[in-house]
Design a binder for this molecule. Structure first.
Ligand SMILES: Nc1ncnc2c1ncn2[C@@H]1O[C@H](COP(=O)(O)OP(=O)(O)OP(=O)(O)O)[C@@H](O)[C@H]1O
Ligand SMILES: [Mg+2]
Length: 314
């Protein structure tokens, strides 16, 4: 019923068009899970952070307690990218001579300026959380950036795996030339670059298998009963289907309450009815959960609880 079945997953993503209620719904779901006694980490990957606003306290790159059994964390892609570049530079310091290092650093500067860098860094941080820190939590809830970005991120492990495979082949060839093919075995087994690449590959594979495992991870799409949102949701649902990620629910947020008066309300409600029917028709294969439009913006635990109680049953 409702989103309750998602309580069993280790990772739940909330995604959707800008402004539809991703942050609100992910926070409400995470809160409900923690109130059932689960240990939950709520992670925001959106540069425009608002998890902090909802919980009315500052949240940064380190976990902070938001309640009993609930922790929050905000990832800033740009900051992560800078840290990531610094890490890579430090790692290679030990591997190369000064001459090669100058060249390598130049390559890294170029890579740092390339458009996909923030995503690579975000992915790396997600691996940190999903692969390495999963034991500390029963569930990690991701409040993601608007759809396009997130889908790109979910497809990255595949792209990066083939990229790393190419680097491994290249590095093996270099080591074999250096040592002669016959006596290269030991050098291959201990080469720090190959070891680092293999480790990366393993972590990517583990991230991928968690995300693709329907029993472990799920994606909750958030939408509102309006034309543009419905179209974008359809595209997102298709793309997610293509990647093989489970779409566990479609949350239809900001549904007008019943029984109000007046011409404006009646007209609005009539239009909404046609959109709600359309949503039921177009997304009949998805579990659909409706959340009412509340009289005020959702700030603070009390108003968040009003959303939680519509998402899950006690
Ligand atoms: N059911 C609701 N009733 C009333 N207000 C709502 C409801 N859902 C969301 N809001 C309000 O709508 C605004 C946008 O919601 P939210 O920040 O959760 O959307 P978002 O999808 O995370 O946006 P962004 O794409 O900018 O990250 C917020 O001010 C929030 O308080
Ligand atoms: Mg948001």
């Amino acid at each position: 019923m409702l989103l309750n079945s998602l309580f069993e997953r280790q990772v739940v993503f909330f995604g959707g068009k800008g402004g539809v209620g991703k942050t609100t719904c992910s926070a409400a779901f995470a809160l409900a899970a923690s109130q059932r006694g689960q240990r939950v980490l709520l992670v925001s990957t959106d540069p425009a952070h608002s998890t902090a606003d909802i919980f009315e306290r500052a949240i940064g790159p380190r976990e902070v307690a938001l309640g009993s059994g609930l922790w929050g964390l905000e990832i800033d892609g740009e900051q992560e990218a800078a840290r990531y570049i610094a890490d890579v530079k430090r790692d290679i310091q030990k591997m190369f001579s000064a001459n090669v290092l100058r060249q390598a650093n130049r390559q890294i500067e170029l890579a740092a300026a390339s458009p996909g860098m923030t995503e690579v860094a975000l992915l790396d941080k997600m691996i940190d959380l999903i692969v390495d820190r999963q034991q500390s939590y029963d569930m990690i809830v991701f409040d993601t950036a608007p759809t396009g970005h997130t889908l790109q991120l979910l497809r990255m492990p595949d792209a990066m795996t083939s990229w790393i495979q190419a680097l491994v082949r290249h590095r093996r060839a270099v080591v074999e030339i250096d040592h002669g093919e016959q006596s290269a075995d030991e050098a291959l087994a201990t080469d720090p670059i190959l070891l680092a690449l293999t480790r990366r590959q393993e972590r990517l594979a583990r991230l991928r298998s968690t995300i693709m495992d329907r029993a472990s991870a799920s994606f909750a799409l958030v939408t509102i009963p309006e034309r543009l949102a419905i179209e974008e949701t359809e595209r997102a649902a298709e793309l997610l289907g293509d990647t093989g990620v489970d779409v566990g629910a479609l949350i239809v947020n900001r549904v007008l309450p019943d029984g109000l008066e007046g011409e404006f309300y009646r007209e609005r409600k009539a239009q909404e009815m046609t959109y709600l029917e359309e949503i039921d028709r177009r997304f009949k294969r998805l579990r659909r959960v409706r959340v009412r439009q509340l009289p005020r913006d959702v700030y603070g635990l009390q108003s968040l609880a009003l959303v939680s109680e519509q998402l899950v049953t006690k």
